[in-house]
Design a protein around this ligand. Structure first.
Ligand code: MF3
Ligand code: CO
Length: 276
């Protein structure tokens, strides 16, 4: 299959799907608290997507049986929702795709649950920056390798491991289209970037080495050294001129995250008052 470039109208449709992923992740974020299971979070995502007239893209993809991938701590991606209970100090990546009007949107966010080790927090913030460093390079005239190189350089500057086995990808009527968008590579390598290219850029960055293992469940990818890993993903479109358009959005997710923090603080304050 060749790269399928999208018209401005098609980009708007992919944006609608991608924004719904952001809203779904924001809804999941509001429930992201110690005590909830990853299966419950998956059900919340599934209900929200269907209530909004869309279909969870992952469900049924290669016989995948969930609406989200939820990967905790040393799990990198493709974590299977389960009875695993989220606890304070965890970092939790939630990856969701939706199909609406036949078009796919794909996005992922890694959450901190309550107070998290500085080591984890730093990993998240650098991975976040890697995503935006990659996005910046998605302009007409550059090559896919320029995106890859920007992600890799920033991660390696911080001595993090860059996962190679899994890559970003084209997005459109299908979840995975051409081209592959690796998170490592040489400047000036790979396919030329033209207007209408729609891709998911998704750095997977490990606190330790780049080495990965797959669990016996046939899906979950974990770090070989058991150190934590982070994952952020946006679906973006290359515009005829100027910077790329980010079709998914973290805005509502981050509002939900802030509200969570605020509520936790209020509850803690009250408990302190009670004790006094
Ligand atoms: N966002 C992931 C990807 O782009 C999700 C695919 S997981 C699957 O590859 F469940 F759909 F397989
Ligand atoms: Co993806």
């Amino acid at each position: 299959m060749e790269i399928v470039y999208k018209t401005l109208e098609e980009i708007d449709l992919i944006k609608e799907s991608s924004l719904l992923v952001g809203k779904t992740l924001a809804n999941v974020a509001s429930f992201m608290k110690p005590g909830i299971t990853t299966l419950e979070l998956d059900a919340i995502a599934n209900d929200f997507i269907r209530a909004n007239g869309a279909i969870p893209t992952f469900y049924g993809y290669r016989e995948y049986r969930f609406s989200s991938c939820i990967s905790v701590n040393s799990e990198i991606v493709h974590g299977l929702p389960s009875k695993r209970v989220i606890k304070e100090g965890d970092i939790v990546s939630v990856d969701i795709g939706v199909t609406k009007n036949g078009w796919v949107g794909d996005s992922a966010y890694t959450f901190m649950v309550g107070e998290v080790d500085d080591e984890y927090e730093n990993l998240l913030s650098i991975t976040y920056d890697c995503l935006y460093a990659g996005i910046e390079m998605a302009i007409v005239g550059n090559r896919v390798g320029d995106i890859s190189n920007a992600v890799q350089s920033l991660a390696q500057k911080h001595r993090y491991g860059v996962v190679r086995e899994l890559v970003g990808h084209g997005v459109g009527k299908n979840l995975h289209e051409k081209p592959d968008v690796p998170n490592f590579g040489k400047k000036g390598s790979g396919p030329l970037i033209h207007a209408g290219l729609v891709i998911a850029i998704e750095p997977m960055i490990n606190a330790g080495t780049k080495e990965v293992k797959q669990l016996r469940d046939g899906w979950t990818i974990v770090t070989a050294d058991n150190k934590p890993s982070a994952h952020f993903e946006h679906t973006i479109a290359v515009m005829p001129e100027g910077p790329p358009q980010i079709l998914s959005s973290f805005e509502e997710i981050e509002k939900a995250v802030d509200l969570n923090k605020e509520l936790t603080r209020v509850v803690k304050d009250r408990q302190i008052k009670k004790v006094n």
